[in-house]
Design a protein around this ligand. Structure first.
Ligand SMILES: NC(=O)c1ccc[n+]([C@@H]2O[C@H](COP(=O)([O-])OP(=O)(O)OC[C@H]3O[C@@H](n4cnc5c(N)ncnc54)[C@H](O)[C@@H]3O)[C@@H](O)[C@H]2O)c1
Length: 299
């Protein structure tokens, strides 16, 4: 009889794992996930929509008080309003990550109101795809400015207050683009590769201050940025899904869950890491891209 009592619950839990319910956000949220960032003050840049908004929401669900730093005022107000309407503690602070005064201004406002910053997520991003020989200098500079210099400026401003408290966690949203050569994306990929390197340098430099820095290298995710790339004919939805071993684009919440883990104390010994959340994109051997069916390549 003793064996029956031990085995039955195991079978039931395996059944749960097989079902889709296992991975739903509510399932995660109802458990300890709701307290992973309890009362932490978290700043998320570019959180007016897309992945940034998804991260802001996941952090709110995990108990954080969230500051939405966003360039587009209307988007930032709307995002904060939506979270507040759901009963969460969220506020919008205007931010242009490319301007050091703006980053410093956000830190000043948050410190005046909240007294500390526990978590920073550098998420703001922009994509301007061109053939490299035709890349306008302004678009090159804008992408490097927002996604590399902007990450540095924001992190520097926030780290100054984290260093004083000897505590902090920074999550940078990089990309699988930072780990490979994609045509048309010279500035975008260079910026993201730079962010991965920057994360490693700062993690090594500020470990002595008890500040952890990590990247989430997001795979192709269902947001307006990707919808716009598809609409402009840079790639089709099928081309993306055919290239992804899991056979689908990422959902925003799947990127947000990875950011939540890295931001939380669950990752207390993780720093300088680049966590790919890409459905298997980077490790994939890419046989289909050769144009040969796999069975013709066998042997
Ligand atoms: N969507 C994807 O497939 C994908 C894949 C890999 C990485 N990423 C990265 O994830 C992040 C979010 O992407 P997304 O798809 O949600 O994009 P998105 O365009 O939907 O959102 C980007 C947000 O950043 C804001 N922003 C732009 N410039 C800013 C600035 N100077 N200061 C402050 N905010 C600014 C925008 O207003 C917008 O709200 C980006 O860094 C992007 O490069 C996205």
């Amino acid at each position: 009889m003793e064996h029956v009592f031990i085995i039955m619950p195991c079978i039931r839990s395996l059944g749960d794992r097989d079902g889709a319910a296992w991975a739903t956000p509510s399932r995660l949220g109802q458990s300890e996930g709701m307290t992973l960032l309890k009362d932490r003050i978290a700043v998320v840049t570019g959180a007016g929509r897309g992945i940034g908004f998804g991260i802001a929401k996941a952090f709110c669900r995990a108990g954080a008080r969230v500051v939405i730093g966003e360039l587009v005022e209307e988007q930032g107000q709307k995002a904060a309003g939506q979270l507040e309407a759901e009963g969460y503690d969220a506020e919008f602070v205007p931010l242009d990550v490319t301007v050091s005064k703006s980053c410093a201004g956000l830190v000043e406002k948050v410190m005046a109101r909240r007294g500390r910053i526990d978590v920073l997520v550098n998420n703001a991003g922009i994509a301007r795809l061109h053939k490299s020989e035709e890349m306008p200098e302004a678009d090159w500079r804008l992408q490097i400015d927002v996604m590399l210099t902007g990450v540095f400026l924001c992190t520097q401003a926030v780290a100054r207050v984290m260093i004083e408290r000897r505590r902090g966690s920074v999550v940078n949203i990089a990309s699988i683009g930072g780990m490979g050569g994609w045509p048309m994306r010279s500035a975008y990929n260079a910026a993201k590769a730079g962010v991965i390197a920057l994360t490693e340098v700062l993690a090594a430099e500020w470990a002595q201050h008890n500040i952890r820095l990590n990247c989430v290298s997001s795979g192709v995710t269902r947001t307006e940025m990707v919808a716009s790339a598809i609409a402009k004919g840079h790639a089709s939805a099928d081309q993306y899904t055919n290239r992804i071993p899991l056979g689908r684009l990422a959902e925003v919440r799947e990127i947000a869950d990875a950011a939540l883990f890295l931001a939380s104390d669950r990752a207390s010994y993780v720093t300088g890491q680049n966590l790919r959340v890409d459905g298997g994109w980077v490790p994939y051997g890419n046989l289909h891209a050769t144009g040969f069916p796999e069975d013709e390549l066998d042997g």
